[in-house]
Design a protein. Structure first.
Length: 119
């Protein structure tokens, strides 16, 4: 029997078979993981993002671009979940622009090839 990729042998958490998890939930979980990781790389989890030891704009760019691709490609399947995920993505894109010493040209920021320019 195929186990959830996150389940560990002996783990006391309820493990669900992958075929029991709706695709919308899998996509949403992946998006939330990308959102959280990008926020960490932007330093947004720290009181002073500019001096966060976790800040890595190159990594944040990759995560934001992956998130934009996922949300854009799956928007039709996400239904009510699409709008809040797009809002979160746009917030990260704006935070990235603010954090950059030399902001990207409009349409050239992370994920903007999928979302279009973010103002």
């Amino acid at each position: 029997m195929e186990q959830n990729a996150f389940a560990q042998p002996g783990n006391s958490r309820d493990a669900r078979d992958l075929h029991d998890i709706p695709s919308v939930e899998v996509i949403s979980r992946a998006a939330v993981m990308l959102l959280s990781a990008a926020a960490e790389r932007l330093g947004l989890a720290d009181a002073d993002p500019d001096n966060s030891p976790h800040r890595d704009l190159d990594e944040a760019r990759r995560l934001i671009t992956a998130l934009a691709g996922l949300i854009t490609a799956s928007a039709e399947y996400l239904g009510l979940h699409a709008a809040p995920l797009r809002d979160g993505l746009q917030s990260l894109q704006k935070a990235f622009r603010e954090a950059s010493a030399v902001p990207d040209a409009p349409g050239q920021g992370p994920g903007e090839k999928y979302t279009g320019p973010v103002a």
